[in-house]
Design a protein around this ligand. Structure first.
Ligand code: R5P
Length: 297
């Protein structure tokens, strides 16, 4: 039996002070439930409202991509700098220490491999029960707007949204641009908006040089940009900078980090751009300085 509370003087209820009510920091997410908001806060840093997602899920259709041959040796040391990681359940279980404390975005669609001539023919590849068991903050699903498997991949996403909402797990819609599509603002506006309208918690898309701010403005939930193929570090930092300055809530970056000669330095420079608005020239200097220091283990 707990002891009766004998403390004196009378308890301090402060009835004159209204209860604290703070709007949730993420765009379009104020009406979500507590569990979903808590999970989104493990992806996006509430201090900046942005995220550096370290993506290394490429093996789900490409096998051991360059830089991902040994995730245990080369990627795990980088996770300390990431707000969240994006990977498959196989890599999470086999290679990521369960003591990792950041967010986990679980690749939840798959099917065709790089050997297939139709990469868009994906299905849901992880159950929501499994995602919850793995303590995922979000599940990630490719959506091919305008592609051969448009209907199927949109349906994959809406099923994950329904299941995720039931369990408080967010859904990241990854707008996959088929070879036949033009990567311009008009297409990105269409694809990201459709994903948001149909329930995605946040959307990943590609940066476009002309009119990217209209893509972020027209999307009612946060947008993160994919890093894409490996660029010189200075250019990748510039890409990240332009994206966040034009309304992106961060980056989901893989190859431009893990294929860098100095991945440890690169992810820290990317963090500085994303969370501190560091201009690319300064961030590149930071990258160079850090490149001369021994990488953290
Ligand atoms: C595609 O393979 C995955 O969804 C990647 O996570 C995504 O493309 C981001 O990686 P990267 O920056 O290498 O494009």
């Amino acid at each position: 039996m707990p002891e009766a509370d004998q403390s004196q003087p009378a308890k301090d209820y402060r009835p004159e002070i209204a209860p604290r009510r703070e709007p949730f920091f993420l765009k379009g997410s104020n009406e979500l439930d507590w569990g979903m908001k808590n999970r989104l806060s493990s992806i996006f840093d509430p201090r900046s409202g942005r995220t550096v997602m370290l993506a290394f899920d490429h093996g789900y259709f490409q096998g051991p991509t360059t830089g991902l041959e040994r995730i245990d040796l080369d990627i795990v040391p980088l996770t300390r700098w990431a707000d969240t990681i994006m990977c498959t359940r196989g890599i999470l279980r086999s290679s990521i220490p369960p003591t990792y404390r950041g967010g986990v975005v679980l690749r939840a669609s798959g099917g065709p491999s790089i050997l297939s001539d139709d990469l868009s023919n994906e299905e849901i590849a992880v159950s929501m029960e499994e995602a919850v068991r793995l303590n995922a903050a979000a599940v990630a699903v490719q959506v091919y707007i305008g592609g051969k498997s448009e209907r199927q991949t949109v349906h994959n996403m809406t099923r994950l949204v329904d299941q995720g909402n039931r369990h408080g797990v967010a859904t990241l819609a990854v707008t996959a641009v088929g070879r036949e599509m033009t990567r311009d603002a008009r297409y990105m506006r269409l694809a990201t908006r459709i994903c948001a309208e149909l329930g995605a918690s946040y959307v990943k898309t590609y940066f476009v040089d002309d009119g990217f701010e209209t893509v972020t403005a027209a999307c009612p939930v946060p947008i993160v940009i994919a890093g894409g193929k490996k660029l010189p570090e200075r250019d990748a930092l510039e890409l990240a900078y332009k994206a966040v300055q034009q309304g992106a809530a961060g980056v989901d970056m893989g190859r431009n980090i893990f294929q860098s000669e100095h991945p440890d330095a690169m992810i820290q420079a990317v963090r500085s751009v994303v969370h501190e608005d560091t201009p690319p020239a300064r961030a590149y200097e930071l990258f160079q300085d850090l490149s001369h220091q021994p990488a953290s283990v």
